[in-house]
Design a protein around this ligand. Sequence first.
Ligand SMILES: Nc1ncnc2c1ncn2[C@@H]1O[C@H](COP(=O)(O)OP(=O)(O)OP(=O)(O)O)[C@@H](O)[C@H]1O
Ligand SMILES: [Mg+2]
Length: 266
Amino acid sequence: MTGPGQGHGPAQAPATEAAAPAATQIDLSGIERLFHLGDSTVHALAGVSLRVQPGEYISVMGPSGSGKSTLLNVLGLLDRPDAGHYLLEGRDVTTLSPDEQARVRSRRIGFVFQSFHLVPRLTTAENIALPMVLAGLPARERQERVQRALQGFGLADRARHRPDELSGGQRQRVAIARATVMQPALLLADEPTGNLDRATGEEVIRLLEELNAGGVTLVMVTHDAALGARARRRILMEDGAIRGDETHAGAASASPAGAGGGDARA
Ligand SMILES: Nc1ncnc2c1ncn2[C@@H]1O[C@H](COP(=O)(O)OP(=O)(O)OP(=O)(O)O)[C@@H](O)[C@H]1O
Ligand SMILES: [Mg+2]
């Protein structure tokens, strides 16, 4: 028998190195998501198409029930569309097996929720380490990254606290640390300030914006018009469809192609 398997390894795939930065990061086309409740069907996403470039900062706004969370869940591979295609970094992720999806999610995507979703039994350090445990990173690497995250997110003196011993803002910082400890390319935030007072919410937004300035793509759902207006690109959803998609020069963004530079002048 000829062919592979003689010790030379599989055929090389030349163009699939981690994330070619110039390529479109997210390409959704014709995404549909239906929920059936008894006799009625809710069209949570009705033909959503969207392209996102690496490093963009996007806010998603719209009335309650318009499909914002459903869209984020699809983007985060937490939910599967009923129709349409989702290319993430050029790869069709709608057809992947659940295991393969979990692997992509673990390596490429971070998710931040309104209600933090920390594991109550685990300490701050353990919560942050969790994605690395699941991904099988070596203990030494995990410890180093946890230490760096604790420092970076101002949590060093809360490392052994459990979530119920933390303030809301601290909990969300732990959640953001956990969402970014695997160094994702895409950070999805569903109303990350929804359970926080305004000042604490501002801090959390600044943290997310710093991460975006570092290059991670940020897609954030918010009900707060002032927060939504900070994003360079603003998407408006209604009835499961994108009704508005505006890019505003001058708003915060990592400016992926180097247009405008990354530093804010103060
Ligand atoms: N698991 C589900 N089962 C049934 N219907 C659902 C489910 N998830 C969402 N829906 C329905 O899909 C529609 C879109 O919901 P989604 O949660 O995406 O809205 P949203 O824009 O995030 O709203 P909100 O601003 O209130 O969070 C709603 O009508 C909702 O009731
Ligand atoms: Mg929602």
